[in-house]
Write a protein that binds this ligand. Structure first.
Ligand code: FE2
Ligand code: FE2
Length: 269
C-alpha cells in the first residue's frame, strides 16, 4: 500500500480500524493525486452519521459516570471528524510541500491517539463508541473549503482553537468530580491541540503579515462560521499564547461577538 491508498482508506474506509491506520509509516515523499471520488467520509453502519440530535451533558451532571461517558463520546466523534477532514485535505491539496503533508500526518496521528484515549475511558465507563448518535456538523462546514488557507482557518484556528478552551474547561470539571483518568486525558489533548493550532497559525502567517492575521483569518471562514466558533464557554489566553498567536489576535478573538444563532453556545456542542 502507498500513501495515496492509505489516506483514501482513512477517509473512505468505513470502519474504525480504517480511520486509525498509521499514515506515518508510509513514504511521505510519495506524490499524492487528487482523488476521483467525492470528498465524503465512509462510515459503516455502527458509526454512521445520524440526524438525531442529542444534547451534550450539562457540566453539573458530570458526577454521573454515564454523563461523563456521553461527554467522551462527543469528544471522540470530534477526533474522528478531525482525522477525516485532515485526510481529506491531503487529497484535496496534493501538490503542497512535503512539510505540509508531514504536519498533517503527524496531526492525524495525535487525533487517532486522542480518539483511542477517549474510547478506552468511555469503555471503562460502560459505553462503546457508536452507542449514541453521531453528528456531522464539522463535515457540513467543511464542504465549502477550497484552499489550504481556508482549511487551516476552519480546522486549526476555529475548531481546534475552541478545543483549547474546552480541554481546560472539562479537564477542571473532571477534576472536580475526581475522575482523574478523564482529567489526565484532557491535559494530553490540550498539549497536542496547542501544537495543532500553532501549525495552522504558522501556515497562515507564511501567507500574510502576522499583524494582518485576524482579518485574514476572518476572510477565510465559510459563510455560516464566525470566530465565535473558535472559542469555548470560557476563554483562555494562555494556550493561545503558547500556540504563538499574538496578544492582539487573542484579544480580538476574546472580544468577538456575533448575531448568528448557529454560533451561540451555552454548553459544549
Ligand atoms: Fe484532537
Ligand atoms: Fe487537533
Amino acid at each position: 500500500m502507498n500513501l495515496q491508498s492509505a489516506v483514501e482508506q482513512v477517509l473512505f474506509g468505513g470502519s474504525i480500524e480504517d480511520k486509525l491506520l498509521d499514515l506515518s509509516e508510509f513514504d511521505l515523499k510519495f506524490s499524492l493525486t487528487p482523488t476521483k471520488k467525492e470528498i465524503l467520509p465512509g462510515r459503516n453502519k455502527s458509526i454512521e452519521f445520524s440526524k438525531e440530535q442529542i444534547k451534550f451533558p450539562r457540566a453539573g451532571s458530570f458526577h454521573l459516570k454515564e454523563k461523563r461517558a456521553l461527554a467522551l463520546h462527543f469528544f471522540a466523534n470530534h477526533e474522528l471528524l478531525a482525522i477525516e477532514m485532515m485526510a481529506a485535505a491531503l487529497l484535496m491539496f496534493p501538490d503542497l510541500t512535503e512539510s505540509f503533508k508531514k504536519n498533517l500526518v503527524s496531526t492525524i496521528k495525535d487525533e487517532q491517539k486522542h480518539f483511542l484515549l477517549y474510547r478506552k475511558r468511555m469503555n471503562q465507563l460502560g459505553v462503546d463508541f457508536g452507542d449514541y448518535p453521531l453528528n456531522d456538523f464539522f463535515w457540513r462546514q467543511f464542504a465549502s473549503i477550497k484552499s489550504p488557507e481556508e482549511f487551516y482557518a476552519l480546522v486549526a484556528l476555529t475548531f481546534e482553537s475552541a478545543n483549547l478552551d474546552f480541554a481546560i474547561y472539562y479537564r477542571d470539571i473532571f477534576g472536580e468530580v475526581e475522575d482523574l483518568e478523564c482529567q489526565k486525558i484532557m491535559s494530553i489533548v490540550l498539549e497536542d491541540e496547542i501544537k495543532h493550532v500553532a501549525r495552522g497559525r504558522s501556515f497562515l502567517e507564511s501567507q500574510v503579515d502576522p499583524k494582518e492575521l485576524w482579518n485574514y483569518y476572518q476572510s477565510l471562514l465559510p459563510d455560516k462560521i464566525t470566530p465565535a466558533r473558535s472559542k469555548g464557554i470560557k476563554f483562555f489566553d494562555e494556550p493561545r499564547l503558547k500556540a504563538g498567536l499574538s496578544p492582539e489576535f487573542i484579544s480580538s478573538q476574546r472580544d468577538y461577538r456575533d448575531q448568528f444563532k448557529v454560533t451561540k453556545r451555552k454548553e459544549w456542542d
